[in-house]
Design a protein around this ligand. Structure first.
Ligand SMILES: N[C@@H](CCC(=O)N[C@@H](CS)C(=O)NCC(=O)O)C(=O)O
Length: 243
């Protein structure tokens, strides 16, 4: 049995849902309310000590890190394959996952201002201090502190936007060599980038995902959105998906 602890708009959760849906795997959905900080509760920290979503529980065992979860699913449920057949391709795939993971902070700057900031800015200093104490990572404590008290500035947003747009440039380059990021097969490398491109396309820099700026990425993005698994994974508009 597969149980997914996730949130509909969460980027990392979207990756795992895409993977599950490509494979046609049924799963029980446990929605985690980030605004209520359910992911910092002692019960949740037992299954994910990093205090983030998603977590996949498979036959009673919990696994975290979206990239790792996707690779695990592909090993245990090999059809259809979501990893390149050759070692070079699989290594390239892992580099894409890592590359995207390292840029999640830039996405947070845009994503958290919609909902989490509205909740966090209302906390008293005591409430804030209490909540920060429960967050396992320094980086996320800082992110929560920022949205609660010192929202990201226009300059910081511009810098984060530029870094996200750079990702499209790197993708464009890779897509000159093959139809998908890690070769001729749709793989977890592509899945890892979907939540980024989705947010760039709908809000962060919509002009950049068009054929005029990044034609190969535009083609890649159209092909991904046309996949039946994409609709089933419910990668809807970010703000709409929040409620
Ligand atoms: N590297 C992790 C990142 C997970 C992550 O950042 N999850 C976000 C949602 S996309 C989260 O839980 N944010 C709430 C928080 O940090 O408090 C993964 O890929 O699973």
């Amino acid at each position: 049995m597969l149980v997914l602890h996730h949130a509909w708009p969460s980027s990392a959760s979207r990756r795992v849902r895409l993977c599950l849906e490509e494979k046609g795997l049924a799963y029980e959905s446990h929605a985690v309310d980030l605004a209520k900080l359910e992911h910092h509760s002692p019960e949740y920290l037992k299954i994910n000590p990093n205090g983030v979503i998603p977590t996949l529980v498979h036959d009673g065992r919990a696994l975290y890190e979206s990239g790792t979860i996707c690779e695990y699913l592909d090993e245990v449920f090999p059809e259809p394959p979501l990893r390149p057949a050759d070692a070079w391709g699989r290594a390239t795939m892992r580099n894409w996952i890592r590359y995207a993971d390292e840029r999640i902070g830039n996405l947070i700057i845009f994503n958290w201002r919609h909902d989490l900031q509205k909740v966090a800015e209302k906390w008293s200093d005591e409430e804030l201090a209490e909540r920060l104490k429960k967050i396992p990572s320094k980086e996320r404590r800082e992110a929560w502190l920022r949205v609660a008290r010192r929202p990201y500035t226009e300059e910081e947003r511009a810098e984060a936007r530029a870094k996200l747009v750079q990702m499209l440039g790197r993708m464009e380059e890779a897509l000159k060599a093959a139809a998908w990021l890690a070769g001729e097969r749709y793989s977890i490398a592509d899945i890892a980038l979907v939540p980024f491109v989705k947010r760039i396309d709908e809000e962060i820099a919509p002009d950049e995902t068009g054929a005029g700026r990044h034609p190969r990425v535009a083609q890649w993005w159209a092909a991904i959105q046309a996949r039946p698994a994409f609709a089933r994974a419910r990668i809807g508009p970010f703000v709409e998906t929040l409620s």
